[in-house]
Every structure is written in structure tokens, then in C-alpha cells.
Design a protein around this ligand. Structure first.
Ligand code: SAH
Length: 358
């Protein structure tokens, strides 16, 4: 599909036409990655963050209770993933310099020695040396969303590092990045070069995001040959500059991408059509805005991955990247059973093994 055609579909409102798009995406999903839904156990290992991302409820200016999980706590969660039959754990955090190269490398090695899990990292914009060390320690995959391919908008919503005294972090420069370094596309290329299965993605409905730039995001997914693509609705957090309206990028009303469910299904379906063999999650942000069946609908319209939360309950409530997050009070065990039932209801199976890109 050319960019104009993608934009046309993103703007489409006719339910019957969209039903055809979804059917097509579902067929392509079935032919290329099959009926298995792969489960990735998400462990939110730290909510400390040095960055001031204008949309994120973990940014350094937020007065929230901060936590950092210990080595043993993380390993315990990974063992739970094995017990639950998940093939992958995802270690995610804010950009926390105290989540050091050695700390993560040791954890990766231990998980790799003691389990058959694939290890995915989602630790933000880290230095080449860190990414390399973690690959050598055995990490399999890395997730770093580019959020939007519109450079001006990206720079606007990703201001320079935080200097708030409350953020309990050392400056960015000390972790081998120049302050304000934020070329995520370059980092994605480095990840590919290092041999990671590489994941990226975007938020939908960021104020200032146009249909054309979103169509361009989908083209970029193919250009970067991404292995994993996460697409979720932007959810307003009223405590953040973007959510409060303090930062309000201007764009013509008719060009502004809406946030919400429908645009998410369209973007997921189009991404499946453009990237037939990629792993595409039904995201937690989507599950948050449609708790009843957002995940199921995404799985029926192109997605093939779900990321059940393994973070211990006492920490999970503080990993508030956006408000009213789904599954915040469920235990890991409850998440497992709930997802198994949802997947069975739509006639799909739970994937076995690591479920990497074929
Ligand atoms: N610090 C890591 C992990 C961030 S959380 C990193 O920067 O990569 C993972 C994703 O959550 C982000 O990439 C972003 O796309 C999404 N996210 C953050 N705030 C959000 C919000 N308010 N609404 C929806 N998604 C959000």
C-alpha cells in the first residue's frame, strides 16, 4: 500500500468497508503467523525516570511513589513466567540510570541459565555499549517505540532531560549518552545491527499528530523491517504537560488523529497488512480504554501477541504510565487465567515456546 492509501483507510468511517479491512488483516495474520497467541510476561522493574516525556505519568516531574525491584524479585517473577507457560519475559522500566549495565546483564544471564525464556528489554534510550553488553549476556529482543515519525512533534513531546531534584537519578551524560540524545531511529538500527529482534511502535492520537504522519509511521515500520510493532491509543494523564493542555501542539482539526479504539483497530489492521509476519501485540493501553473486549478485537483484526502483567501487586499500582491502567489490581495468576479464557473465547490457542519472529 502506498502512503495515500494508508491515510485513506485511517480516515475511513464506513463500517462495512472497515469490516472488509479487518477481515483481510485477520486472514493475513492467520496465513503468516497462525492462530497461536504468544504471551509475554511483563515485569515493570523500575518506575524511576530521568526523562520529561510530556505524555508519560512516570516522567521525572511526577510526584509518585518510586520503586525499583531487586535482582531476586525480578528472578522470582521470571520463574513465575515459566510456571505459567509464558515463553518470554519483558523487563521494562523508566529511563533509570541505576538500572545499570551490570545489574541487567546479571539478570539476563541468570534467566538464560535457569530457564528457556526469551528475554526482551524495554529500558528506553540506552547507550550502544549497554545494548551490546546485554545482547552478549543473552538478551533476545528490545522494544523502543519511536512514538511518532514526525520529528518536530517528537522533539516537542520529548524535552531535554529532567533536572528535578526529586527524580533520584544521575544525569544522562553519565550513562554514555549526550544529554538530549533522542534519535530513536538510529537506536533501532543499532539494535538490528547487534542482532536483537527489534520492536518499535507508536501512540495514536497524540495532540499534533496528523493522519499523514501516522500513515508515514506505518511506512516506517516496513522500512525499518521491525520484528515487533506495538500500537496503542494515547491516554491523557491530566498531571502531564500534554494531558493538562499546558502543551498543545497546533494542527488543523480535520488532520488531527483521534485517540481511541477505532483508530487503533485500523492502525493494527493496516500494520498487519504491511508487515505480514511481524509480532503485533494487542496493547495494554487498548485494554485500558476497552476493558470488556479491546484485546479480543485487536486479536481479531491483526494482532497475535498479548503481554500479561507479572509485576508484583505492590509495585504495579505505581507503574502509572497513564491513568486507570487495566489489570492494576489483579495478581499475575489472575491475569494468566483471564487471558487464557479470553483467547479461548475467540477460538485461538496459546502459543508454545518463545514465539520469536519466524
Ligand atoms: N521508558 C521506556 C518504557 C516506556 S513505557 C521507553 O521509553 O521505551 C512504554 C510505552 O508506553 C511508551 O513507549 C509509550 O508509547 C507508552 N505510553 C507512555 N505514556 C502513555 C500514555 N499517556 N498513553 C498511552 N501510552 C503511553
Amino acid at each position: 500500500m502506498r502512503i495515500e492509501e494508508i491515510e485513506f483507510w485511517l480516515r475511513e468511517q464506513n463500517a462495512q468497508k472497515l469490516a472488509e479491512l479487518y477481515k483481510n488483516a485477520d486472514l493475513i495474520r492467520k496465513e503468516n503467523v497462525g492462530d497461536a497467541v504468544h504471551l509475554r510476561g511483563l515485569i515493570e522493574i523500575s518506575n524511576y525516570c530521568t526523562r520529561a516525556c510530556a505524555y508519560c505519568g512516570l516522567n521525572c516531574d511526577q510526584s509518585i511513589t518510586r520503586y525499583r525491584m531487586s535482582h531476586d524479585e525480578i528472578i522470582k517473577c521470571a520463574k513465575e513466567a515459566v510456571e505459567f507457560g509464558y515463553g518470554t519475559v519483558v523487563l521494562q522500566a523508566g529511563e533509570d540510570p541505576r538500572v545499570t549495565q551490570d545489574f541487567i546483564a546479571k539478570i539476563i544471564k541468570e534467566i538464560k541459565v535457569e530457564t528457556d525464556l526469551a528475554v526482551t528489554l524495554s529500558l528506553g534510550e540506552r547507550s550502544f555499549d549497554e545494548l551490546k553488553a546485554w545482547k552478549m549476556a543473552g538478551a533476545d529482543r528490545y522494544l523502543l517505540r519511536f512514538e511518532t515519525s514526525d520529528k518536530k512533534l517528537f522533539n516537542l513531546i520529548h524535552p531535554a532531560d529532567c533536572s528535578a531534584s526529586s527524580c533520584d537519578s544521575t544525569p544522562t551524560s553519565s550513562r554514555g549518552l549526550t544529554a538530549g540524545s533522542r534519535d530513536r531511529i538510529a537506536i533501532l538500527k543499532e539494535l538490528k545491527q547487534l542482532g536483537y529482534e527489534t520492536g518499535s511502535g507508536v501512540m495514536l492520537g497524540i495532540p499534533g499528530q496528523t493522519y499523514q504522519s501516522l500513515a508515514n509511521d506505518i511506512i516506517l515500520f516496513t522500512k525499518l523491517d521491525l520484528d515487533m510493532i506495538g500500537i496503542g491509543p494515547y491516554i491523557k494523564d491530566p498531571n502531564t504537560p500534554l494531558g493538562s493542555g499546558a502543551l498543545a501542539p497546533y494542527v488543523n482539526a480535520e488532520d488531527q488523529v483521534p485517540s481511541g479504539e477505532n483508530i487503533t483497530y485500523k492502525a493494527v489492521a493496516l500494520t498487519r497488512i504491511m508487515r505480514p509476519d511481524a509480532n503485533i501485540p494487542a496493547t495494554s493501553a487498548l485494554a485500558t480504554i476497552n476493558k470488556a473486549n479491546g484485546r479480543e478485537l485487536a486479536l481479531m483484526r491483526g494482532a497475535n501477541v498479548v503481554m500479561p502483567n507479572l509485576t508484583p501487586l505492590q509495585y504495579r499500582q505505581h507503574y502509572t504510565i497513564y491513568p486507570d491502567k487495566a489489570c492494576i489490581n489483579e495478581t499475575a495468576d489472575m491475569c494468566k487465567d483471564c487471558l487464557a479464557a479470553r483467547i479461548a473465547t475467540i477460538g485461538r490457542t496459546i502459543g508454545k515456546g518463545q514465539g520469536g519472529r519466524k
